[in-house]
Design a protein around this ligand. Sequence first.
Ligand SMILES: Nc1ncnc2c1ncn2[C@@H]1O[C@H](COP(=O)(O)OP(=O)(O)OP(=O)(O)O)[C@@H](O)[C@H]1O
Ligand SMILES: [Mg+2]
Length: 287
Amino acid sequence: MNGKNHKLTEPLAKLRAELNTPASIAALNELEKAITAYEEQFNLQNARVIHAERLSSLAEMATGVAHELNQPFNVILMAAQMVRMWIKRGKEIDFGRLDRLMEDIEVSVRRGSKIITHMRQFSSGSSYQNLPLDLNKPITEIFDLLSQQLKAEDVTVEFDLGEDLPPIKADNYQIQQIFFQLISNARDALNEKAAATDKSFVKKLVVKTEVDENLRVVASIFDNGSGILESNIKKIFDPFFTTKEVGKGKGLGLAIIYGLVKDFNGTIEAESELGVGTKFILRFSPA
Ligand SMILES: Nc1ncnc2c1ncn2[C@@H]1O[C@H](COP(=O)(O)OP(=O)(O)OP(=O)(O)O)[C@@H](O)[C@H]1O
Ligand SMILES: [Mg+2]
């Protein structure tokens, strides 16, 4: 925002013409200034809310990252214990095996450092770049980061990613942020259904990307979770709409996603059937 509110320009000009006295014009100028200041404040608060939401998803993600880091740490620990055992028992060092263990360590350290770099980039909100982007990239990266966590929660993920998608113009990490929120909602819906059904229920996520007949790049994510009440579907993108208990949901995830998708000239819609599942469909124009 830089001072003038363009939606106000026309009605204010009309009012100035109608009430053409110095006092009323001064009052209108005051009013315009007050509204503009209010709007600037609103935009600032909005940016703060988005930042706070990112931090809160980061806290949620920390659990997943802990899972993810556990695996390379275990490999390193086992390798170290093995070598120490050889030394303790005075065994002759088998350099072939030692080399393989060192390779395991190297691979694990690289994996660990990749996870940490990824988390750091995901959390830094300052370096957005709207470059031509293969939509499969952020989707694969965010699922990669959350794979251990989803596995631990018995969520089966099926991918059907289209090949050679035309690039879209968007920021890799913001698209990851979008999918992170969608996955997080899907997990809640899957857990809700799991709690209400018998043990044979298999939690499923299906992720698909393709090009549609209008040459738009489409991504969809389906979960066979609790579904959404028909009368609620039109409210889910509203800020602060939530069906979750106090302290669990703020009703901001989808409102923020809606704004981000719009920033990339994309669209998002939801289809859902109560008790059957929910599908979110995102469409983007090629770059
Ligand atoms: N995959 C889904 N399955 C079922 N219901 C969903 C799904 N995604 C969203 N919803 C419904 O839409 C509501 C709004 O979602 P949104 O992500 O905006 O907020 P939230 O998840 O409740 O809270 P927050 O994201 O701020 O933690 C949810 O409370 C839920 O009722
Ligand atoms: Mg949410």
